[in-house]
Design a protein around this ligand. Structure first.
Ligand code: ATP
Ligand code: MG
Length: 268
C-alpha cells in the first residue's frame, strides 16, 4: 500500500505583479520504508514539494494522502531537516533535542532515555550538555537529525542536509542517515544536487525539469546497490552505469567541458 501519494499536485506562488507556476501535475507514490530522492536543476520546485509535504504551505491544486488520509487532516508527525541546522545557540544539545516534545507537551520519563539512545546512535553520546557553538558542522547536523527523529516522524524530509559539509563528513553522514533510516524503518525523501548521493542513498530517484517544475523521469536504483552502505555503493560495479544513465538525462546538452569527466570529479 502506498504510504504517501501526490496526485496531480500543482503550485503557484502569487505576488502583486503576477505569479510563478512552481509545480505542475506532480504525481508520485512512495511506499512505507522507501527512501527516494528528488534531483533537478535549481528552481525546479524541489523545496516547494518538501514544504508542501511538511504542511508549511498548501498546494494550489491536487491531492496528497499520507497513510490513506488527506495530508491536511492528518496529525501524523513529519520530520523536516534542512541545510542549516537551526539549533538554538543558547540551549544545550539536550534542550535543543527536547524542544519539540516539550512544545507538544509530550515529555515523559522515556523521552530523555530515547534522546540519549538517539545521541548514541549518531555517536554523540558525550555531548548532551554542550552548546551548539562547541560543535562542528557535521556534529550539529547529527544533533539536528536527533531532534528530528525524537518526534517519531512518519516520514523524513531532507532538503540538501549535507551540502554545506566537507566531502568526508558528508560521506560519513550519508552512511549514518541511511543506517538509521533502515534501523527505524523510516520513509524518507531526500532533495540533493549530488547525483552520487541520490544513487547511493535511494531506492528510487525522481528527476525533475524546470519552468514549470515537473517530474521528467523516474529511475529505479538497482537492487544490488540498495542494500549497500552509501560509501560502498560508490565503489560497486553497478554504480557507474546508473550514474551515467541519469547523468545523460540531466545533461542532454552536455558541454564538451563535462565529457569524459570521472564520477568523483563530477561529484565534487
Ligand atoms: N516564496 C516564494 N515566492 C515566490 N516564488 C517562489 C517562492 N519560493 C520559491 N519560488 C519560486 O518557485 C520555483 C521553485 O522554487 P524552489 O525553491 O522550490 O526550487 P528548488 O528546486 O528547491 O531550487 P534550489 O535547487 O535552488 O533549491 C522557483 O521559480 C522559485 O523562484
Ligand atoms: Mg531548494
Amino acid at each position: 500500500m502506498a504510504f504517501l501519494t501526490l496526485d496531480n499536485v500543482s503550485h503557484y506562488y502569487f505576488s502583486t505583479t503576477g505569479y510563478t507556476k512552481a509545480l505542475e501535475d506532480i504525481s508520485l507514490s512512495i511506499d512505507e520504508g522507501e527512501f527516494v530522492s528528488i534531483i533537478g536543476p535549481s528552481g525546479c520546485g524541489k523545496s516547494t514539494i518538501l514544504s508542501i509535504i511538511a504542511r508549511l504551505m498548501q498546494q494550489t491544486e491536487g491531492h496528497i494522502k499520507l497513510k490513506n488520509e488527506p495530508l491536511a487532516d492528518s496529525s501524523l508527525n513529519i520530520g523536516y531537516m534542512l541545510q542549516q541546522d537551526y539549533l538554538f545557540p543558547w540551549k544545550t544539545v539536550m534542550d535543543n533535542i527536547l524542544l519539540g516534545p516539550k512544545i507538544n507537551g509530550q515529555i515523559t520519563d522515556q523521552t530523555k532515555i530515547h534522546a540519549r539512545q538517539l545521541l548514541a546512535d549518531v555517536n554523540m553520546a558525550e555531548t548532551e550538555n554542550d552548546f551548539p557553538s562547541e560543535l562542528s558542522g557535521g556534529m550539529r547536523q547529527r544533533i539536528a537529525l536527533v531532534r528530528t527523529l525524537i518526534t517519531n516522524p512518519e516520514i523524513l524530509l531532507f532538503d540538501e542536509p549535507f551540502s554545506a559539509l566537507d566531502y568526508v563528513t558528508k560521506l560519513k553522514l550519508e552512511n549514518l542517515v541511511a543506517k538509521l533510516m533502515e534501523t527505524y524503518n523510516k520513509t524518507a525523501i531526500l532533495v540533493t544536487h549530488d547525483l552520487g548521493e541520490a544513487i547511493s542513498m535511494s531506492d528510487r530517484i525522481f528527476l525533475m525539469e524546470t519552468a514549470p517544475g515537473r517530474i521528467a523521469k523516474t529511475f529505479e536504483v538497482p537492487e544490488e546497490l540498495r542494500n549497500e552502505a552509501p560509501f560502498f555503493v560508490r565503489r560497486h560495479p553497478k554504480y557507474q552505469p546508473i550514474f551515467d544513465k541519469i547523468w545523460k538525462h540531466l545533461n542532454d546538452d552536455m558541454s564538451d567541458e563535462n565529457k569524459g569527466v570521472t564520477t568523483d570529479e563530477r561529484n565534487n
